[in-house]
Design a protein around this ligand. Structure first.
Ligand code: TRP
Length: 328
């Protein structure tokens, strides 16, 4: 089975956009590939040198991914900083990466602009650390968003360069695996095209029924349908997108007809969406609560994940040391 590795940024709680995007893809992939997932807590130091309770943030993410259906038996999930082998590979790879090419990475330029007082070497070598995350498992595929294209190109460069310098065919070039093409895009309910943290319009998997209903009922609409069978403006289509995702076909058809014959009342539509959405989120929320209350269990899952990852990384590092000429 092909090896798949992906890193998760520990940036707060999962929302519906994450769930129907990356998370559901991960859950599906664990059946078809030899998957490993990790929480990228080292990477977070590049922008947050004093990260606060870093272990608790990792537990939060872990609890949420498990609640969504990541099965550690199929896909070990670990915390990046638990597998120190990565750093050794990071060092070797950095020896072959050049200042100029690292400076040209757009995410670096963006972050350097955002934090001009903290343009640290870790930020510059972020792509190398990411390459080490991937190459230490000699992964074939990496599920990432479109924003990671350049980092993935750098990871392939790292692999290629190592192979060329030492005259080996050791590292496979990891391929991007875009889930965004297949994933459902969740719109914002505030009139913006997309649900996202920076948009401040998220429905979180941790939200209770009341919070979810409130957020749905506040969704932006217009004065209502006026001409039969007219196309729907974006904010209304956004509501129908929700309906399509969380409700059954019959319900969708019912409201679609109401729109077409201009008898649709948005209040009814929102109530339906809220009720059906709560049905999707409630069992996940309960699982999040279950895992969050079981710190020991979470820590055990992370420890076991790290053991699998460490074994995989050690095998790679030993081979790399041998190739370079170090004692193994
Ligand atoms: N850079 C990725 C992001 O911002 C996170 C990440 C770190 C990652 N290491 C990785 C993703 C390795 C895939 C593989 O989302």
């Amino acid at each position: 089975m092909e090896k798949v590795v992906s890193g998760i940024r520990p940036t707060g709680n999962l929302h519906l956009g994450n769930y129907f995007g990356a998370v559901k893809s991960f859950v599906k992939m664990q059946d078809d590939y030899d998957c490993m997932f990790f929480i990228a807590d080292w990477h977070s130091l590049t922008t947050h040198p004093k990260p606060g309770d870093i272990q608790q943030s990792a537990r939060t993410i872990l609890a949420e991914y498990l609640a969504c259906g990541i099965d550690p038996k199929k896909a070990p999930i670990y915390v990046q900083s638990d597998v120190r082998e990565t750093i050794e590979l990071y060092l070797y790879l950095n020896m072959n990466m050049y200042l100029g090419e690292l400076e040209r990475v757009t995410t670096f330029k963006e972050k350097a602009r955002k934090q001009p007082d903290n343009v640290n070497a870790g930020l510059l070598t972020y792509p190398t650390l990411m390459a080490a995350d991937i190459l230490q498992h000699r992964a074939a595929k990496v599920p990432v968003g479109k924003d990671q294209e350049q980092n993935m190109e750098m990871a392939r460069k790292c692999a290629r360069r190592f192979n060329n310098i030492y005259g080996v065919e050791f590292f496979p070039e990891p391929q991007n695996f875009y889930f965004s093409d297949k994933a459902i895009k969740i719109p914002g309910l505030d009139g913006s095209g997309k649900m996202g943290k920076s948009e401040g319009n998220c429905i979180y998997l941790r939200d209770d029924d009341k919070t979810i209903s409130k957020k749905v009922m506040k969704a932006v609409t217009d004065e209502g349908p006026k001409t039969p069978n007219s196309p729907r403006p974006e904010v209304i289509e956004n509501l129908f997108t929700f309906l399509r995702i969380v409700s059954d076909d019959e319900t969708y058809r019912y409201f679609d007809e109401k729109w077409n014959d201009c008898t649709l009342r948005y209040g009814d539509l929102k109530k339906q969406i809220a009720a059906d959405l709560c049905k999707v989120v409630a069992p996940i929320r309960e699982q999040i609560e279950y895992y969050s209350a079981n710190t020991d269990l979470l820590d055990r899952i992370a420890r076991e994940g790290a053991e699998v990852a460490r074994a995989s990384a050690q095998a790679t590092i030993n081979e790399v040391r041998r190739i370079i000429g170090f004692r193994v």
